[in-house]
Design a protein around this ligand. Structure first.
Ligand code: NOJ
Length: 692
């Protein structure tokens, strides 16, 4: 360990201020850059986007599946492997801090960045976040958990106030951040752009200093979102440690200087960012000199920066090597895509046989779906489209059917080049001639805006209907950021959700469709029948009125809301089918020192390997406040060979039955609660009363 206190003592005020204010990366690669200090021997600190792969400017990296796909694996151990790969790729690009994972709760079904987030459930989100962060940091790269907090949609994101009660903050929106800090020791937290209960998150003293730093013991750095700092004195004293990026948007994207202009309307090639001045740097020096901000406040920020540098070995001589786009990383991208694929419906149509002739149909089926638009965009060296993946395995014909769906991109090098050679009749006749029609459909989601609703864009619904009318079998493959309406559901034979599968798109799809692999995924979000079913259908709830989004649904978000309202979703949270048949035996509950163990016996009674995701939900019936019918408290994804049996034990702690009471305390009420074991939030196989 380096004596960072001694280093701090050597610094002048100006030198300290330079360590908490972003600057231009001389290499032009980083997303954020702190210059370090040559005089006393502090190296620079580089930060890079993002959650789906490393977005070093002008560089390539492995394009992993979207966070929603990772979430659909329900495998924290896989998240850890993924994090390790992200860390190695960051290091290979000389980057010290990765700006991810994003752990905001999916509240609005058409939120523009849902693909960068995990789930509507805090437990699933927290467990995946912990895995990812541990993986990243195991490679001596700091993870940045973002966006703290209640950044749940994009519309008016720089100003909107999420007006949310304390209980919902504590039970839904904060747990993943807390787990990131307390369990995974995340080295950085990024504040959200939005306000929470009226105060911009970059200057939210209670949530930054009191909750994050004091209550949870966070000793890393709090970094602003880019151009998300809104004040000097308030932000500095509230606990914000680093203002990013500290430079003008033009300097941030040096590749294309002529086309750059700061704007709020999203029309130019420059992302619509707030037109704000720098608040740290010179203004902060003035604030210190005038006595408005104590120099000790700056010292504490610098101490945090130095501590993080020390934690990730920046003061060591032996350089991290990292690894870039290795075979192992490519395989991992494929594995996550497979394990995250959710088989929503299967009327004996899948798996396909290699003798089947296929009509591959879809406006973008000849392009891999790498991700959504915005700061998470990654440029891989190689990718496989669904068409390529399937053509490798079977006799295929291809028809686009309808016009390509535009893919929003802010950082991509290439204009979309798919031809508009569309002909729905040609698609119909290809479908008629094949043993099976595979229709690849997708949405378009991006940072900066929300999807208008959850309908498939363009004429894709018409295309699916027309194909399903004539095809012997129709398999629909969705590459979406979240739920979409499926007006054709009754007419098709199988539906898969592959999210944004990344560079391994086609390979992973072929592996699942031909049954080399079981689709291991389960829904990390409820698939409603339409956006109207969600609490956010009310304008006051989303996008808000007069700058306020009222989170009046409280803790009833996602499946908690559907259950409370007695609504029938299209597919419930936790749903997903296996090709195998896996049976449950009786569940038993035994008391342990600090909670209970839930044990269930599984048997794969089929002749093929398969995956079962055992899900344990609690109903906190004893609590004297309205509680959801069920809340995920534990889960385990188990793979079983044909005929194999296994005993699965899921340990619950007393805290799993706690609610956040009106006196600001986590409380476990006396009395009887219930535990459910099931395959989804709506497919409960066992219910047991427990008192803890
Ligand atoms: C804004 C995004 O909200 C954040 O997630 C990202 O890391 C920064 N821009 C830097 O690109």
């Amino acid at each position: 360990m380096t004596d960072t206190d001694a280093l701090l003592e050597e610094l002048t005020l100006d030198e300290k201020l330079a360590l908490v204010h972003g600057a231009v990366d001389p290499a032009g690669v980083a997303t954020g850059y702190l210059p370090g200090n040559d005089r006393v021997g502090i190296p620079p600190l580089t930060m890079v986007d993002g959650p789906l792969g490393v977005r070093a400017l002008g560089k390539q990296a492995t394009a992993f599946p979207a966070s929603s796909a990772l979430a659909a694996t329900w495998k924290p151990a896989l998240a850890r492997e993924f994090g390790g790969a992200l860390g190695r790729e960051s290091a290979a690009h000389g980057q010290d801090v990765l700006l991810g994972p994003g752990v905001n709760i999916v509240r609005v079904p058409h939120g523009g960045r849902n693909f960068e987030y995990y789930s509507e459930d805090p437990q699933l989100t927290a467990d995946l976040a912990v895995g990812t962060i541990e993986g990243i940091q195991s490679e001596d790269v700091a993870a940045t958990v973002k966006h703290y907090v209640a950044n749940n949609h994009e519309t008016d994101r720089y100003e909107v106030s999420a007006d949310v009660e304390e209980r919902a903050l504590r039970e839904l929106y904060l747990p993943a951040f807390r787990a990131a800090v307390e369990e995974a020791d995340a080295h950085a937290v990024m504040t959200a752009y939005n306000r929470v209960n009226g105060t911009h998150m970059g200057e939210h003293e209670r949530l930054i200093s009191d909750v994050l730093k004091d209550e949870w013991g966070f000793d890393g750095v709090v970094v602003s979102d880019w151009w998300g700092t809104r004040s000097t004195i308030e932000a500095a004293t509230a606990g914000l440690d680093i203002e990013m990026p500290g430079i003008e948007p033009e300097a941030f994207m040096p590749d294309d200087p002529e086309e750059m202009e700061v704007n709020d309307d999203g029309d130019s090639s420059l992302p619509p960012v707030p037109d704000v001045p720098a608040y740290f740097g010179e203004p902060l020096r003035e604030a210190v000199e005038s006595g408005a901000v104590d120099e000790a406040v700056i010292d504490e920020k610098v101490a945090r920066v130095l501590r993080v540098m020390d934690e990730i070995g920046r003061f060591n001589d032996d350089a991290r090597e990292g690894a870039l786009e290795t075979t192992a990383h490519r395989k991992l991208a494929r594995e996550i895509a497979i394990e995250g694929t959710v088989l929503l419906e299967n009327d004996d149509a899948l798996p396909l046989s290699s003798d089947d002739s296929l009509a591959v149909i879809g406006p973008n089926a000849d392009a891999a779906k790498l991700g959504g638009g915005g700061s998470s965009e990654v440029t891989p060296a190689t990718d496989t489209s669904p068409l390529e993946g399937l053509a490798d395995r079977a006799d295929v014909s291809f028809e686009r059917g309808v016009d390509p769906i535009t893919e929003s991109s802010f950082f991509g090098d290439d204009e979309q080049t798919l031809e508009e050679d569309t002909n729905i009749d040609a698609a119909v006749s290809a479908a008629r001639d094949a043993d099976c029609a595979v229709v690849i459909a997708q949405d378009d989601a991006t940072e900066f805006t929300d999807r208008p609703d959850i309908e498939l864009p363009g004429e894709q619904n018409d295309l699916i209907e027309a194909v399903a009318d004539v095809a012997e079998r129709t398999v629909v493959v969705l590459r979406t950021s979240g739920p979409v309406e499926m007006p054709w559901l009754e007419s098709v034979d199988a539906v898969l959700e592959t999210w944004y599968p990344g560079q391994a798109d086609g390979e992973a799809l072929a592996a699942v469709l031909f049954g080399d692999a079981d689709p291991g995924g389960r829904l990390p979000v409820t698939f409603g029948q339409s956006a109207e079913q969600y609490p956010t259908a009310d304008e006051a709830a989303f996008p808000g009125v007069d700058g306020v989004a009222a989170y009046d649904e409280g803790v009833f978000v996602g499946y908690r809301y559907f259950d409370e309202q007695g609504l029938e979703p299209l597919f419930p949270f936790g749903h997903g089918l296996s090709y195998a048949t896996i049976d449950y035996e009786d569940a038993t509950v035994t008391e342990t020192d600090d909670g209970i163990d839930v044990t269930v016996d599984l048997t794969n009674s089929s002749d093929r390997a398969g995956t079962e995701v055992v899900q344990v939900y609690a109903n906190k019936a004893a609590a004297p406040v309205p509680t959801p019918d069920c809340e995920l408290v534990g889960f385990d994804s188990v793979s079983l060979e044909a005929g194999e049996a296994a005993t699965v034990t899921i340990a619950l702690e007393r805290e799993d039955f706690a609610y956040y009471d009106e006196d600001d305390r986590w409380t476990v009420a006396d009395g009887t609660n219930r535990v459910f074991v099931g395959r989804s939030s709506r497919d409960i196989l066992e219910a047991v009363d427990v008192s803890v």
